[in-house]
Design a binder for this molecule. Structure first.
Ligand code: ATP
Ligand code: MG
Length: 337
């Protein structure tokens, strides 16, 4: 059986065949999967870097081992070392008991270090050291642990620039950049849009028990759009189409978003203020709740053409509460309608 057939399509549903660029990405995935080479995945936000990382793991002989993702931007710098390498009891205030790190959990599998450019310099030095022989000690410990794992790193930042600015160590760059996979932005592989759109349509129709179909004119508009938020943005738009069922409305909102410049080139298109890294678990929970509120508010407000009284009725809250929520989420009506 070829490696291609072993990709875990049921769990990750990766669509990596739709354009020459993604077929090239797939070829790299297949050829590196069974080596233990460190892979650096690069590309704008929302292009599918996580998906590629999972596909590499799923295609490798480590597929039955753990796949551990660490988002280096989402964990406060002061806790990241212990998160990665664990700590011994009493090694710092609050370390009430010994805790293994993600490198230990990933043993026999793959560790995926997302947003690697956000690592602080001292931790970059420690990581480099660990990657040399896969041996390390927990924070505050002496015991030398040895792990057997594959490292995949990802970033949407320009690492060369970060190196030039002294923000990223050159030696670490060369250590992680053994194989580089560049995932191109969606606007450079527009031929994938129909297939991706129909996959998302099927998924959301099933999820929301709808029977939405994609009108040819709508698909035409989707093909023309710039997609600065890449596949994630397309996914969100398809969800909105299924939920709202009104093509005109959704397309109009897209056009307005482009006009308002809300759709920055770093992606995270529909929720720009939630890109700030979380601080702790509570904060991550609060952010997720805010993000859900933001999406729900935006969807309903667009549906009712920003008729706030009607939106308040739909949400079963007072008019005043709704205005507060809108302000909290930083939502503003489109400039022109
Ligand atoms: N080829 C694809 N087939 C199906 N879904 C995809 C594809 N590429 C991306 N997606 C979906 O788009 C969304 C964004 O993908 P992913 O999280 O992998 O992007 P990313 O590059 O890691 O983004 P970020 O830089 O923000 O972390 C996910 O929900 C993913 O499932
Ligand atoms: Mg990602």
């Amino acid at each position: 059986m070829s490696v291609a057939h072993e990709l875990d399509t049921t769990r990750y549903d990766p669509f990596l065949d739709g354009s020459p660029q993604m077929r090239a990405v797939r070829t790299v995935i297949e050829s590196v999967a069974d080596t233990d080479a460190t892979v650096l995945i690069r590309g704008e936000s929302g292009v599918g870097k996580d998906l590629v990382a999972r596909a590499i793991h799923a295609a490798s002989s480590r597929r039955h081992g753990p796949f551990v993702k660490v988002n280096c931007a989402a964990i406060p710098a002061s806790l990241l070392e212990s998160e990665l390498f664990g700590h011994e009891k009493g090694s710092f205030t609050g370390a009430h008991r010994r805790k293994p790190g993600q490198f230990e959990y990933a043993n026999k599998g793959t560790i995926y270090l997302d947003e690697i450019a956000e690592l602080a310099l001292p931790l970059q030095a420690k990581l480099l050291h660990v990657l040399q022989d896969f041996r390390f000690s927990r924070v505050g410990g002496r015991e030398l642990l040895e792990v057997d794992l594959r490292v995949i790193a990802a970033t949407n930042r320009n690492l060369e620039e970060a190196m030039a600015n002294g923000e990223f160590r050159q030696d670490l760059y060369y250590r992680i950049n053994v194989v580089e996979v560049r995932v191109p932005p969606l606007r450079e592989r527009r031929e994938e849009i129909p297939e991706l759109a129909s996959r998302f349509l099927a998924r959301f129709n099933a999820q929301y028990r709808r029977h939405k179909q994609l009108m040819p004119e709508t698909l035409g508009r989707l093909m023309e759009y710039t997609w600065s938020g890449n596949v994630r943005e397309l996914e969100n738009v398809m969800r909105r189409l299924v939920v709202l069922g009104d093509d005109e409305q959704v397309i109009e909102a897209l056009v307005a978003r482009g006009r308002n410049g809300r759709n920055g080139h770093n992606g995270h298109c529909s929720t720009p203020q939630f890109t700030v890294a979380g601080r702790d678990l509570k904060e991550i929970g609060r952010r997720a709740a805010r993000e859900a509120e933001y999406n729900a508010l935006l969807e309903v407000l667009e549906r009712v053409h920003w008729n706030r009284a009607e939106a308040a009725r739909i949400f079963k809250v007072s008019y005043k509460t709704l205005l507060t929520k809108i302000a909290e989420c930083g939502l503003t009506p489109p400039l022109r309608r």
